[in-house]
Design a protein around this ligand. Structure first.
Ligand code: NFS
Length: 668
């Protein structure tokens, strides 16, 4: 099939040099990429894009067009109701994905504690003893596996819980908890909230957009403070907390290489792609097996090179420094290098198009879980009861595929990044082992060296140039003394662009931020992990509020909504991003999304999310596709919060224009 490969140049499609090179290579080979399919799908249906298409019963589908005779669905549903239904179903989808991941981790965690899952163990006992009391699990004088089994069961029970409040809600500042209780949005159980959204959005149930949004909020909170937080905490205990100085004893940041240049032309390349680290952790261990290394040598390879794509990549990057081949829009490009013996996938963000691309190469696409099979891929059910044997079998298969390699084009581009900034590690970096705390951060915010903190997270989306919104946004934020914390594909974008190196502070950060980063020895852009690890940010924000309780001189208010912080997902595409955005907003964080916004079909609903929420939940949404305007919105918000705290110093906003960027690039 002839491809629309020339509709846009590689430069217009991606900011990233390695991706540009591979887009050209793929174009010459007439490979069909996400960008081509996006062009073929354009223009997008304007009704669906604004959330105005209702397909929830067979009287329609109804396309709601406010201001015309089609201003209601067949059942009479208004634009507000239809847009709200679609929006909260996105939240349900995102929360379900994160939470089902959390559930899978809890299952393995319990087996590991019982010794029923060889290869998995409780690695971070300190964190185990920190988290267990949150679930009222006694730790005194008990063996770590006993504690872990009880903790795992308690965590698992949160999913099916029917009444009361989710346990980890109590980690939020007290004022925040009161806001939620007053609104009656405290989640009762993780699964229950998702199911209730599905119920309320079927034909003829909840037809009040405000009421639908309350349930959307409750479900999003069940994700951030429930399913995602359980995933993060149990993974840390089982696989090790990123950068935990007490656990690794290394007290050194994790260094790793990022971008397609990590693929090796003389080694067996295995890419792990998806989200759950349960399999990839074992594959990393299997790849070091002497027998398999011998086998690799026998087939003519100099070793076995594991790298990752998407959040699986982030999980093994932040814990083991395993290289990252790329973010979401690089999954097809990695195969087009011809250098990948196997792409092994589990769940989420895996494009079905991979089966078409691998058909042109020797690469084998392997699905590993019964939850996510792809027609045309090889399915190899991963047995977690005998994980290492499963992992070794998969790795062996990849090795045996090495001799089938034909032409290889691996871009040279790769960057070094310092990663693994879990909350524990940031506190340690700031305060040392004896005074590990966020107090130095509060102090630097109060004296103005650090203006505020921004979370820049989320995906790639072929609707906007790849990484090209992320990078200028992050650069402009740090140039204005805003410390940036990142997760997901956004973090990979910055790592590729070299923004996660200590020298970035001197080269690109504002004077105050650079000074702090140099003193503490951190880059101004911190990689905190995968998308479920956004829960780390919630805990960090609560801890920053907590500093003020211990020392009023260092107080930044008594709620997350008082903090000079903001969030953004500049290139989002997944329902998971909407769930994350809603739980940040509902936790009191101003959050800006780029690309497009799925409620623009209803003025009233959008007004509720963008304006009224400020008074209702203390955080609100905004939509702005331009990175510089997005930075301006976030910085203005941070300054407004500084003024309210009485710590604002008059200063100009540094506009990071093209001239400045070119100058810096020339210097760098
Ligand atoms: Ni997050 Fe991770 Fe990437 Fe987006 Fe997908 S990988 S869970 S959803 S695309 S950031």
């Amino acid at each position: 099939m002839p491809k629309s490969k020339n509709e846009k140049t590689a430069e217009e499609r991606s900011y990233d040099a390695a991706s540009r090179q591979m887009i050209e290579v793929a174009g010459q080979a007439e490979l069909d990429l996400a960008w081509d399919r996006h062009d073929a799908q354009s223009p997008a249906c304007p009704i669906g894009a604004k959330g105005l298409c209702c397909r929830f019963c067979a009287m329609g589908p109804c396309r709601i067009m406010p201001g015309t005779k089609r201003d209601r669905g067949v059942c009479g549903a208004t634009a507000e109701t239809v847009v709200a239904r679609n929006f909260v179903r996105m939240i349900a989808g995102g929360a379900a994905a994160h939470s089902d991941h959390g559930r899978a981790v809890a299952h393995t965690f319990i087996k590991a504690a019982r010794g029923e899952a060889p290869g998995y163990e409780i690695r971070d006992e300190d964190k185990l003893r920190q988290v267990a009391p949150l679930f009222d699990v006694e730790t005194e004088g008990r063996d770590k596996n006993d504690i872990a089994e009880e903790l795992g069961k308690a965590a698992l029970a949160e999913f099916g819980r029917q009444e009361g409040e989710l346990t980890l809600i109590k980690r939020a500042p007290e004022k925040r908890q009161r806001i939620w209780r007053d609104l009656d949005v405290v989640p009762r159980g993780i699964d229950r909230e998702v199911v209730e959204i599905m119920h309320r959005t079927t034909m003829g149930v909840d037809q009040d957009y405000r009421n639908l949004l309350l349930q959307g909020t409750r479900t999003a909170l069940a994700d951030g403070w429930g399913g995602s937080m359980i995933a993060t905490e149990l993974q840390d205990i089982m696989f090790g907390t990123p950068g935990n100085p007490w656990q690794t004893k290394a007290r050194e940041p994790m260094k790793a290489e990022v971008n397609l240049g990590v693929l090796k032309d003389d080694q067996v390349n295995i890419i792990v792609h998806g989200h759950e680290p349960i399999l990839s952790e074992m594959v990393v261990i299997a790849s070091r097996d002497p027998e398999l290394l011998d086998l690799a040598e026998n087939v003519g390879a100099k070793g076995i090179n594991i790298s990752g794509i998407c959040c699986t990549a982030n999980e093994i990057l932040v814990r083991h420094g395993i290289p990252v081949a790329g973010n979401f829009l690089q999954q097809e490009l990695s195969i087009a290098t011809g250098a990948v013996e196997m792409m092994m996938v589990d769940v989420q963000c895996i494009m079905q198009s991979l089966t078409r691309i691998v058909a042109d190469f020797h690469t084998e696409l392997v699905t590993t879980t019964s939850k996510a099979k792809i027609e045309g891929a090889t399915h190899f059910e991963f047995d977690e009861d005998d994980a290492l044997t499963s992992a070794k079998e998969i790795v062996r298969r990849a090795i045996l595929n090495y001799p089938n390699r034909q032409g290889v084009t691996i871009p040279e581009d790769k960057s070094e990044a310092i990663t693994g900034f879990s909350g524990d590690y940031i506190k340690y970096m700031l305060g040392g082992s004896f005074r590990s705390s966020y107090w130095p951060l509060n102090s630097n915010i109060i004296d103005g060296r650090i203006r505020g903190v921004a979370g820049v997270v989320g995906c790639n989306n072929p609707a906007v140039p790849h990484d090209a919104i992320h990078i200028p946004l992050v650069e402009e934020l740090i140039a204005n003394d805003v410390l940036v914390v990142q997760t997901g594909c956004a973090a990979i974008a910055s790592a590729k662009a070299g923004l996660m190196q200590p020298e970035t502070a001197v080269l690109k950060a504002g004077k105050g931020l650079a000074e702090v980063c140099e003193t503490v020895g951190i880059p101004p852009v911190l990689h905190a992990g995968s998308c479920v690890d956004n829960s780390r940010v919630l805990v960090a924000l609560s801890d920053i509020v907590g500093v003020g309780k211990e020392n009023s001189r260092l107080s930044l208010g008594d709620d997350i909504s008082d903090l000079p912080v903001a969030g953004a997902a500049p290139e989002w595409m997944s329902e998971k991003a909407i769930a994350i955005g809603q739980y940040f907003v509902a936790s009191g964080v101003y959050t800006v999304f780029g690309v497009s916004f799925p409620t623009l079909g209803s003025d009233k609903l959008t007004e509720l999310l963008f304006e009224e929420y400020k008074d209702i939940v203390g955080g609100n949404w905004a939509f702005e596709p331009d990175p510089s305007k997005m930075a301006a919105l976030m910085i203005d918000h941070i300054d407004e919060k500084r003024r309210a705290l009485g710590i604002e110093k008059a200063r100009e906003r540094t506009l990071f224009d093209m001239d400045m960027r070119r100058k810096l690039e020339a210097e760098g």
